[in-house]
Design a protein around this ligand. Structure first.
Ligand code: NAI
Ligand code: SF4
Length: 424
């Protein structure tokens, strides 16, 4: 079946693509090619609008964060800009670690100057003069290309004391993560940047008020920042016309699993899960799809009419998260997948708070016992007590954990039990 007519998917280099338009077209090592393909138009428009104008455009565009939580970017930037405490900071969260997520990697490796330009715009709008780019340690190619992009931008007056001769000073420092999933949580990331253990802080206060070094900080995901270029190039109104009412603009989806063409897909918000999976060539005996990664949830293989929007997935009782779409056919051993997810959370818990430190261990133990029963008898008979324990531990983690890791560690398992009938 062909995707719906509304979903005319442009190919690389065609005008309809926004986030991926330069990828595979412009040399990611060449500032000249970046500029020849539209680069630095958005920053020029930002300077013409002034900081208040940029804040207005970003707010009116309806852009929400692409890291997973969908917080309004304009509100975040306005709140940072309005803080009297100085200095202000911009932090790009490039510690992309959600299992199944690789969109930021593609952006950074394929179009590194776009991130440098958009961080400069974020700094200008929020009154910051220093940006930190916290990069996942396992992305060495992105590190090389971003370092090159920053060096070239500095040499050409696009970073430094007088950006584009407009009297605005801004520079970017890259810091590498060291392989801890929790350091993608923004406040753990700040602690890591400050040289402390990567443990989350309690929120509030939110980073817009007290973030990096206790100062007002706008922390944004890579894809969120790159969207700002489109907001400024198109104008808020035209940008907001892409997608749906509450999920505006284009979105990158990370498709993996049992599909013929895994990879990153750029679609306007509003395509259905079925549209996307048809493009990616999903197999016919689709059993389940994991949306939003390990922190997300499973839906059944027959729930393909779910709209891929933040509001649509919420209404369907699931999540879009950072855009993970992991397709599983009936050959995949679900108990083994759930156990792997539980191992992941147990391993990555920072151990700071009890519900998560202990709960992730208990969850893994219970799933291990169930998986062993399935392994010996082919069924999960005798597992009722363990499933009840999983629910109890899962609710405690969700209600009492400090940060999103503990709060979401039971999501995937719960959805597998309730939605897929795992172990039934
Ligand atoms: P959150 O909802 O606590 O916050 C989202 C953002 O909005 C943060 O920047 C926060 O500071 C800001 N914010 C929230 N309320 C605010 C307020 N009243 N005033 C000012 N700012 C406010 O969510 P969190 O914990 O930052 O992120 C959770 C998401 O991260 C999940 O959806 C999960 O899927 C995703 N995630 C993504 C990963 C990736 O690799 N992309 C890895 C792990 C999780
Ligand atoms: Fe650390 Fe888990 Fe508590 Fe988050 S919920 S602070 S990862 S122990």
């Amino acid at each position: 079946e062909e995707p719906s007519a509304a979903l005319a998917v442009p190919q690389a280099g065609e005008p309809g693509l926004r986030l991926l338009s330069r990828i595979g077209v412009a040399d990611p090592e060449s500032l000249d090619e970046y500029r020849a393909n539209g680069g630095y138009r958005a920053l020029r428009r930002a300077f013409a609008l002034g900081p208040a104008g940029v804040l207005r455009e970003v707010t009116d565009s309806g852009l929400v964060g692409r890291g997973g939580a969908a917080f309004p970017t304009g509100r975040k930037w306005q709140a940072t800009a309005s803080q009297p405490d100085q200095p202000h900071y911009v932090v790009c969260n490039a510690d992309e670690s959600e299992p199944g997520t690789f969109k930021d990697r593609v952006l950074m490796e394929g179009d590194p100057f776009a991130l440098i330009e958009s961080m400069t715009i974020a700094g200008y709008a929020t009154g910051a003069h220093k940006g930190y780019l916290y990069l996942r340690g396992e992305y060495p190619r992105a590190l090389r290309l971003l370092t090159n992009a920053i060096t070239q931008a500095r040499a050409r007056g696009l970073l430094g004391d007088d950006v584009l001769g407009m009297g605005y000073a801004f520079d970017i420092e890259i810091r590498r993560g060291a392989g801890a999933y929790i350091c993608g949580e923004e406040t753990a990331l700040f602690n890591s940047l400050e040289g402390h253990r990567g443990e989350p802080r309690s929120k509030p206060p939110f980073p817009v008020e007290k973030g990096l070094f206790g100062k007002p900080t706008a922390a944004n995901n890579v894809e969120t920042l790159v969207n700002v270029l489109s907001v400024l190039e198109l104008g808020a109104e035209a940008y907001a016309a892409i997608g749906t009412g509450k999920s505006t603009g284009p979105k990158l989806f990370c498709v993996s699993g049992n599909v013929e063409r895994p990879g990153i897909y750029e679609l306007p918000f509003g395509a259905t899960l079925g549209d996307l999976l048809r493009l990616a060539g999903a197999t016919d005996d689709l059993r389940a799809v994991l949306l939003g990664g390990a922190a997300g949830g499973f839906v059944r293989g027959d729930e393909l009419d779910i709209p891929l929007t933040f509001e649509g997935t919420r209404e369907a009782g699931t999540t879009l998260g950072s855009g993970v779409v992991l397709a599983l056919d009936s050959s995949v051993p679900l108990p083994r997948i759930l156990l792997r997810i539980a191992e992941f959370f147990r391993d990555e818990s920072c151990g700071q708070c009890v519900p998560c430190r202990i709960g992730t261990v208990r969850q893994e133990e219970a799933l291990h016992r169930i998986a062993e029963r399935v392994g010996t008898s082919g069924g999960a008979e005798g597992s009722a007590d363990d499933i009840a324990l999983l629910r109890e531990v899962g609710e405690a983690m969700r209600d009492a954990s400090i940060c999103g890791l503990g709060q979401t560690a039971w999501n995937a398992v719960e959805s597998a039990i309730d939605r897929l009938g795992a172990y039934a």
